[in-house]
Design a protein. Structure first.
Length: 327
């Protein structure tokens, strides 16, 4: 009888232990507010008041020690409305992702500025409008910021260069205007991969960007003018440079390219001069120099003859393989 009683007690205690909810009650309440804000969508069907958000809720991650919510990822579903202010009430959040939700509209939620532990912010492929807010520069732990594929307008805040740990900045495919901030040549700590393509940026590329050793820089499909040669240099570790479809105008002859450059697209500009022989020493995987004002013989060697004529055509007087022989 005693054995049976002890077994029942142990079983009951074990059951209670297993059923004890890990999820912080405040965080759970906030998440349920977010669900209600979006009209209880099917995408968040696993968010139920009678289940543990640390164990059973899809798109939510808890810290294993504190059981506070550290990651919220809402991806590819049928949600509509603005990002709710309640996201700012998850004080331990490190990752916040709203992605591929084309009916999510409005400006970037100001409450995000309260998330001082945030290191990964991705709000891409939504339908956000308004400006890129300067308050993002307060999130000093950010290593990744992606606001691409939205309808954001206005100028790029220079204060983003104050983010000391930023490894990637995606502002591409918006409606941004104005110039590239001079401050983007003063990133401290890490130098981010910089994606500003498919906007309406104007003016010259700031000379200060020559001080940076970008691994990736994509400024294509804007309205930039003038010189871009400062982005290159033999001692840089740059691997990917995309400058196509601007109005850039500089002499390519005197440019020295990074020795590890892999992908280069300078097509559809007004770049003149000749192709430097040093390019035969570069491990290029892709190259596009078409629709410029280049002249002279394509240097022989390296990867330059492995590309087809579309890489070089519509220039002033380039010649040699893979184009017609020089006369």
């Amino acid at each position: 009888m005693k054995t049976l009683f002890l077994s029942l007690v142990i079983s009951t205690l074990l059951s209670l232990s297993l059923s004890k909810e890990l999820c912080n009650s405040h965080d759970k309440k906030v998440l349920l507010q977010i669900k209600k804000h979006f009209g209880d969508p099917y995408l968040l069907a696993s968010w139920k008041s009678d289940t543990d958000c640390c164990k059973a809720w899809y798109q939510v991650e808890c810290d294993s020690t504190s059981n506070r919510i550290i990651s919220l990822t809402i991806f590819a579903g049928n949600l509509s409305g603005q990002i709710p202010a309640a996201v700012g009430d998850l004080p331990y959040l490190q990752t916040l992702v709203f992605r591929k939700l084309t009916d999510v509209t409005g400006p970037i939620q100001p409450a995000i500025a309260k998330l001082v532990h945030l290191n990964f912010l991705r709000l891409d492929r939504l339908n956000l409008t308004g400006t890129v807010p300067g308050f993002l520069s307060k999130l000093k732990k950010l290593t990744f910021l992606d606001l691409s594929f939205n309808g954001l307008s206005g100028s790029i805040p220079s204060s983003l260069a104050l983010l000391p740990n930023l490894g990637a900045l995606h502002l591409d495919r918006n409606r941004l205007t104005g110039s590239i901030p001079e401050s983007f040549g003063t990133f401290k700590g890490s130098v981010p991969d910089l994606y500003l393509s498919h906007n309406q940026l104007t003016g010259e590329i700031p000379a200060s960007l020559g001080n940076m050793d970008f691994s990736v820089i994509d400024l294509s499909r804007n309205k930039l003018v003038g010189d871009a040669s400062m982005l290159f240099g033999l001692n840089k570790t740059t691997r990917n440079v995309y400058l196509s479809r601007n109005i850039l105008n500089f002499n390519l002859s005197n440019v020295t390219f990074p020795s590890g450059l892999e992908n280069l697209d300078i097509s559809h500009n007004k770049i003149f001069g000749s192709i430097p022989p040093q390019m035969t020493q570069i491990p290029l995987q892709s190259l596009n120099m078409s629709y410029n004002r280049l002249c002279g013989q394509i240097p022989v060697g390296g990867k330059l003859q492995s590309f087809d004529n579309f890489t070089y055509f519509h220039n002033r007087c380039l010649c040699g393989v893979p184009l017609e022989n020089c006369k």
